[in-house]
Design a protein around this ligand. Structure first.
Ligand code: ACO
Length: 325
């Protein structure tokens, strides 16, 4: 059977944009502070009533169109998210209904910002082993609902959006060549949203901020600059490729300095790195598939290119996918 590869990509972001200057109107921060430390200039913010499943469905439709695959042809939908619409049912089931993907199984996957890379690896395995032909992998988030808008050290970093890819069979010699995933649960407290079954959200916990995302930025930074290149190196090794073989690096868009550091460690010049953090900020699970979709649609990714996706995130988690486009 032919190898698994990406047949089409898409993305969807809410219309509303909050610039750094807008944040200055209610937060003790500045465009200069945010830009110089992170590279972020703005973020898209979903209004009330627009949820992860809506953005996921929008991204999915674009990806299906580019792939020339109809919803009925999908065998499985994986939604990678840390901001599901509901605890039950899964966001993937909501998307399945929205699309009319009547033949698709559906489940959510939670690996934070590494989610899309985790999901793509799982999908490629299920296609390679012959079980399925078409799998839709979506990364989608409404992070602006789970961050503490009074905590300037974290809230300025995040935004909302979704990106998707249809994975199917591609000609031999192309497609997903290898993947690497990892986790270190002992670092879970460095970036956490404690709300859940063990810690129900209360008014008191909303008021003191403990219901929302809490981050130790320095610890996450230290982890990220090692984890992203580590994941990519492992995936390259498994594909019997070298750093110099990377034509396009699509990293998780968390912080410009982290991206530059990872690119340097991988000896990839910045012209070969797709960066859109300026306009979207960090959209967690959506960040890599949004960036990949833009890199494809702008023509930066060309047929035959070696494309490396690399991410890190809460968990802690990290993952990379190497493919020949
Ligand atoms: N505006 C203005 N000042 C601020 C802001 C802000 N938004 N936030 C913090 N400050 C202040 C702090 O209070 C501190 O002031 P002090 O020195 O008087 O105490 C000062 O700026 C410096 O703060 P630091 O935390 O030391 O700044 P640092 O250089 O470490 O940068 C940052 C912070 C940008 C958060 C950095 O640590 C980082 O990017 N870490 C990684 C974060 C990340 O990637 N998270 C998500 C990854 S996982 C996922 O994507 C889900």
């Amino acid at each position: 059977a032919n190898p698994a590869g990406i047949l089409g990509t898409g993305h969807c972001v809410p219309e509303q944009v909050w610039t750094n200057e807008y944040l200055e109107t209610f937060l003790d921060t500045s465009d200069e502070w945010i830009r110089s430390r992170t590279g972020i200039g703005a973020r898209h913010v979903a209004p009330e009533g627009v949820n992860t499943s809506d953005l996921a469905t929008g991204a999915a439709k674009e990806a299906l169109e580019m792939a020339g695959v109809s919803p009925e042809d999908l065998d499985l939908i994986i939604v990678c998210t840390l901001t599901p619409d509901k605890m039950l049912p899964s966001t993937a089931c909501i998307v399945q209904a929205n699309l009319g993907a009547v033949n698709a199984a559906a489940f959510d996957l939670e690996a934070a910002c590494s989610g899309f890379a985790y999901g793509s690896i799982i999908a490629s395995q299920m296609i390679e082993n012959g079980m399925y032909d078409h799998i839709l992998v979506i990364g989608a988030e409404v992070l602006t609902r789970v961050i503490n808008w009074k905590d300037r050290s974290s809230c300025v970093l995040f935004g909302d959006g979704a990106g998707a890819a249809v994975i199917g069979r591609v000609p031999s010699g192309y497609g997903i060549l290898s993947g690497a995933m990892g986790a270190d649960g002992t670092g879970g407290d460095f970036l956490t949203i404690r709300s859940g079954i063990a810690n129900p959200v209360t008014d008191a916990r909303r008021a003191d901020g403990s219901a929302y995302a809490v981050m130790d930025g320095r610890e996450v930074y230290k982890f990220a600059v090692k984890a992203m290149p580590h994941a990519a190196e492992l995936a390259l090794q498994r594909a019997e490729l070298e750093k110099k073989d990377i034509d396009v690096l699509v990293p998780h868009q968390a912080n410009m300095r982290i991206i530059e550091s990872a690119a340097k460690r991988l000896h990839v010049p910045m012209e070969k790195v797709y960066v859109n953090i300026e306009k979207y900020a960090n959209t967690s699970g959506a960040s890599i598939p949004i960036a990949l979709d833009e890199a494809v649609r702008t023509g930066m990714v060309k047929r035959g290119d070696i494309v490396c996706l690399a991410g890190f995130g809460a968990g802690l988690t990290w993952a990379s996918v190497v493919m020949k486009w």
